[in-house]
Design a protein around this ligand. Structure first.
Ligand SMILES: Nc1ncnc2c1ncn2[C@@H]1O[C@H](COP(=O)(O)OP(=O)(O)OP(=O)(O)O)[C@@H](O)[C@H]1O
Length: 805
């Protein structure tokens, strides 16, 4: 009979459980059929009480209570970091993953590390066993993936007994009388035990063999006997064998013995994996109590079990059939379906009473592994347990002794439970929403931080790239500069090379010219020699004929005298003094002969003028030095006045107008040698050229001044530096012939200078023209510097002091 509202007035906790004190009260006041909930021994307050309890509602009837047990790995040295954490409330477990966590609220949670089997039993199971002793019906189911510790929790180990043996001991209370008396509980005294195995959708009687059926006394066993298959009749295994007794120890040993007959197999998940569901049924006939202990096979799927082959896969599928059917039954009851699929599997067929009987309660123990690798199986198990926990016994459940109001009460109870469940879900939803918002805020913060970091990074990269660009540009500029410098260097080298080649060509050209001059000189010398020989012959013939008078031919006489006295091989300057002896009448003739001679010598035409003389010129680079080599006696005869030896140096070339050279002034200007101008300077060269022109243009006057020249010659002989001496001589000649400087007195006077190299005549109308000539890059200076004047002069002694009268 369902509890009346008055009898269940105590507020249920968050799980809808009635406090223990109330339960005791109910127990004593309600009929055996009245519904009541089992009670955990937890003293902690409910963390999530119903916020809006319906005062008219009846306590919800939750046939399934769910507790969690997290296994341990005591034998492992490297324990995996646990992914499961029992929350401080002791009723929920937090599953932590990389992406967050999820809390599952159950009726209680414990880890085997914190609570061993004894403690776990006391905390979560013992109270149900006490109910069985009082005549209640309870089903304890071990549910979870393979290897999660279901069998361990159920049967225990050598060190610690599992729930089966502890329950048996508690029911029989053998050997613990004192404690029993203290708590005031009575012992059941006698139990009947049935051990069944459900494998491959078949029910086997583990206490029986094919050799016989029926009940056996304690101590019976046939280790090698084949298992007996049982049929289901109604909600029970038909003709199942049982053992009975009052001594827990003996019965426990028997159970222990037959439990080993279960089919086990080594899988990838568990070395001794139970391939079957094992059901141990403890009946307490004296009070009508019943305890069903179910160790379910692992809820792994085929792939996870590592099963291969058709038979193996079928086996795993059949095992899973029981688990799947149990899930559907739980869901169906939770949803209030009119039909609950109990008959989908042998397991659910045998468990039907546990769900439908008002006196029957279910304690589902969820076994879980803390290993993160088993995470998905753990979550699946917890989700299943959470759903089972919310099961409310529906109206379809046949209630024995139902009256007219019972359905209304049940309906109210169901509605209240559903309200509770909804409000709980709403609370959880709110909490999750809050967490989600916080997570969103944190995410936004993180994103902002990332954005700022990215901006900083981009800025840093920008700066870095700017610096890199600067460095690259500098490198490029440097390379370009080096290239340009290289090109400039090459160009400079090329220019230098070209200039060098040009200079070499010029030198070669000049050397050729020099060679030409030498050849000409040799020709002249040979001609002179021939001429001399001819003269000698002539003289001889003249002497013989006596028809030719010396007075009548002064030039010939002069030549004869000159070369007659000459030592063989000795070069002599032409004796200008001889011209004094020439008769005036023969002047023209003599001059003509001389002109012809010069023309013959130099190879250039000689143009005669009365006043102006066109001197077969040379380029500016050569000049005629006035060196007179005469016998001292002749000098004494002609020269009356001895001009002191003076070194004439002109610091500055005289202007054109000053070409009227004043010997006195020049002499004064040549006061000291220290004031001498470098003969290589342009002015001095210019002066020398002028002197040449002057000298050539006034050859007549020069001939009259030969005395002075002789003196100059003498002084030049004393000069150590031949070049300097010649220069001085040149200047002195120019300066001494003050009157001889007149030929260019007239600016209109024209002087032609023949270029030795080309034989061209360059017209000079004035000294400015000469400057112009230099400006026209006539290679006066350079050629002058390059031609070996000294040697040339030495080789042209006869030309250096030619004077014509
Ligand atoms: N809490 C624990 N402490 C120590 N060892 C444990 C614990 N739980 C399980 N084990 C050990 O882990 C192994 C597997 O445990 P168990 O056989 O109980 O798993 P299972 O859930 O029954 O697996 P299957 O479904 O395959 O039978 C066993 O060797 C067992 O001794």
């Amino acid at each position: 009979m369902a509890p009346t509202p008055s009898s269940s007035s105590a507020k249920p906790n968050q799980f809808g459980f009635t406090p223990k004190s109330n339960q005791t009260h109910i127990r004593t006041t309600t009929t055996p059929q009245s519904k009541h909930r089992l009670n955990f021994t937890s003293t902690k307050p409910s963390p999530n009480p119903n916020p809006n309890p319906n005062p008219n509602s009846v306590p919800a009837d939750h046939p399934v209570e769910v507790v969690g047990r997290i296994r341990d790995y005591p034998d492992r040295k490297d324990k995996p970091v646990s992914a499961l954490q029992v929350n401080p409330d002791g009723r929920s477990v937090r599953v932590r993953t990389d992406i967050g966590y999820r809390d599952f609220t159950l009726d209680g949670v414990a880890s085997s590390e914190d609570q061993d089997l004894d403690e776990f039993y006391k905390n979560f199971v013992q109270s149900r066993i006490n109910g069985v002793k009082m005549g209640d019906k309870c089903t304890v189911m071990m549910y979870g993936p393979t290897g999660s510790g279901k069998s361990y929790t159920m049967f225990g180990s050598a060190k610690q007994q599992g729930i089966v043996y502890k329950s048996l001991r508690d029911i029989l209370r053998n050997g613990d009388e004192e404690e029993e008396e203290e708590v005031g509980e009575r012992k059941a005294g006698f139990v009947q035990v049935t051990v069944l195995e459900i494998y491959n959708e078949e029910i086997y009687d583990l206490l029986s063999t094919n050799s016989g059926n029926g009940g056996f006394s304690i101590g019976w066993s046939k280790a090698n006997a084949s298992k007996v298959k049982l049929e289901v009749m109604g909600k029970k295994a038909k003709n199942a064998t049982f053992i009975s007794g009052t001594e827990a120890g003996k019965i426990s040993k028997e159970i222990q013995k037959v439990e080993k007959r279960r089919i086990i197999k080594s899988t990838s998940c568990n070395e001794r994996s139970s391939r079957s569901h094992c059901m141990i049924i403890l009946d307490v006939p004296t009070v009508g109590g019943r305890l069903m202990l179910v160790d379910m096979a692992g809820s792994e799927n085929i792939e996870q079990a590592g099963q291969t082959g058709f038979e193996a896969k079928m086996q795993t599928a059949k095992i899973n059939q029981g688990n799947t059917a149990l899930k559907r039954v739980v869901e169906s009851i939770a949803n209030g379906d009119s039909h609950v699929p109990f008959r989908d599997s042998k397991l659910t067929m045998l468990l039907q009473d546990s769900f439908e009987d008002d006196k029957s309660k279910i304690l589902m123990i969820l076994c879980a592994s803390p290993d993160p690798k088993e995470m998905h199986k753990t979550i699946s198990t917890l989700e299943y347990g959470a759903k089972a926990k919310c099961i409310v016994r529906g109206p379809h459940t046949p209630i024995k002794g139902d009256d007219s109001s019972s359905s209304d009460v049940m309906l109210g109870s169901r509605i209240a439970a559903m309200d509770q469940f909804i409000s709980k879900l709403q609370m959880e939803n709110k909490i999750r929403e809050k967490e989600k918002n916080e997570a969103h805020k944190q995410l936004q913060k993180k994103e902002e931080e990332i954005a700022s970091l990215r901006a900083k990074l981009a800025e840093a990269e920008g700066k870095k790239s700017e610096e890199e660009i600067n460095v690259k540009v500098n490198d490029m500029l440097k390379r370009e500069l080096e290239k340009k410098i290289e090109e400039c260097q090459k160009m400079a080298d090329r220019v230098v090379e070209m200039e060098r080649k040009k200079m070499e060509q010029k030198i070669i050209q000049q050397q050729e010219e020099l060679e030409t001059l030498r050849r000409r000189l040799e020709e002249i010398e040979s001609e002179l020699t021939r001429s001399r020989e001819g003269k000698q012959n002539e003289n001889e013939s003249r002497n013989l004929s006596s028809s030719f008078s010396l007075e009548g031919n002064g030039f010939a006489k002069k030549l004869i005298d000159m070369y007659a006295d000459e030592d063989p091989g000795m070069e002599k300057s032409m004796d200008l003094d001889k011209s004094l002896d020439m008769e005036i009448g023969s002047k023209r003739e003599y001059q003509k002969a001389a002109n012809n001679s010069i023309q013959a010598i130099l190879g250039y035409p000689y143009i005669e003028n009365d006043e102006d003389v066109y001197v077969p010129g040379s380029t500016g680079k050569s000049y005629l030095s006035t060196v007179f080599e005469e016998d001292e006696e002749e000098v004494e005869e002609v020269q009356k006045d001895v001009i002191e030896e003076k070194m004439v140096c002109v610091t500055n070339p005289p202007p054109v107008s000053a070409f009227n050279l004043d010997i006195d002034s020049l002499s004064t200007a040549a006061g000291s040698e220290s004031e001498c101008v470098d003969p290589d300077t342009a002015s001095s060269r210019q002066l020398r050229i002028q002197n040449i022109f002057t000298l050539c243009g006034n050859y007549r006057e020069l001939s009259q001044q030969h005395t002075a020249l002789t003196a100059t010659n003498k002084s030049s002989e004393n000069c150590s530096d031949s070049k300097e001496t010649k220069q001085k001589t040149m200047n002195q000649v120019v300066c001494d012939s003050k009157e001889n400087c007149s030929p260019l007195r007239n600016s209109n006077d024209v002087v032609e200078v023949a270029d030795l190299s080309g034989g061209n005549k360059l017209p000079f109308t004035s000294l400015e023209n000469k400057v112009a000539m230099e400006n026209n890059k006539l290679p006066l200076t350079s050629l002058e510097n390059k031609l070996p004047f000294t040697s040339l002069e030495n080789k042209l002694p006869s030309l250096s002091a030619v004077s014509f009268d």
